[in-house]
Design a protein around this ligand. Structure first.
Ligand code: ATP
Length: 234
């Protein structure tokens, strides 16, 4: 056992958007090694919840902590890997698949220690894990939606974080790539990594999920424990 603070702990989480409560009364503790699926219909607040856990959306009431620290004070971002729903297209500068994936290493680098052999190897492993090695030199924004989703997963993998937060990693991804993602998640779970993922259907990921939380109208309506955490958490 370790007595370190859990990856995420939210109590009484409330988020308002345009004056409307889109998340309310959410108590959620994610333990190290959990593979938690956040389920619910469109507009239930799933994306809002994971963004609030990461501090990307502020809480109007309640509190949330990342490894025991409120998001505004949290500094250890290399411990977290976030897979957003879509590839953000900042600045209009075309980046290659490899460059986007390599950006997942940034939290591990510093001005004094730019890119190393370990960084390049981690990027190679991440590209291979999602089957994008052959497309590494392509412009990421010209890929299909499903391929872009895999780029974002690879970017998070490249950072080798302890905890992954994935917003619909299987959306628009074909059956073969979903199976590949399931294999990757199995390895991560086996290594004791923590995963929070948003999904509409679990599909091939189902056997890996330790716990589900279902949202409706911004509230947790059901929590289900499916299986024991199997990985070795350190
Ligand atoms: N930027 C925003 N401004 C105002 N309201 C928003 C914003 N983003 C989301 N909402 C509202 O918050 C509610 C929850 O949205 P959210 O995207 O979290 O749902 P979701 O469960 O992830 O849905 P989906 O399955 O469609 O991705 C919705 O009613 C949505 O209209």
């Amino acid at each position: 056992m370790n007595d370190e603070a859990p990856p995420f702990a939210m109590t009484g989480g409330l988020v308002r958007r345009d004056g409307r409560e889109v998340l309310a009364g959410v108590d959620l503790r994610v333990a190290a090694g959990d593979v938690l699926a956040v389920l619910g219909p469109n507009g239930a607040g799933k994306s809002t919840l994971v963004k609030a856990l990461l501090g990307l959306i502020p809480l109007a009431a309640g509190r949330t902590e990342i490894y025991g620290v409120p998001p505004a004070a949290f500094r250890d971002w290399k411990r977290l890997g976030y897979v957003p729903q879509r590839l953000p297209m900042g600045g209009g500068v075309p980046a290659t698949v490899r460059e986007v994936v390599a950006s997942g290493r940034v939290a591990r680098q510093s001005r004094w220690r730019p890119s190393s052999a370990a960084d390049r190897a981690a990027v190679d492993r991440a590209l291979a894990a999602v089957g994008l090695t052959d497309l590494a030199g392509e412009s990421a924004h010209l890929l299909s939606g499903g391929q872009q989703q895999r780029v974002l997963i690879a970017r998070a993998l490249a950072g080798e974080p302890d905890t992954f937060v994935m917003d619909e990693p299987t959306a628009g991804v074909d059956a073969g790539s979903q199976a590949a993602l399931a294999a990757t998640l199995r390895d991560l779970a086996g290594a004791g990594r923590t995963v929070v993922l948003v999904a509409h259907e679990l599909g091939p990921l189902e056997p890996l999920i330790t716990r589900t939380v279902e949202l409706e109208h911004g509230r947790v309506v059901r929590e289900t424990a499916l299986r024991e955490v199997t990985g070795t958490t350190t």
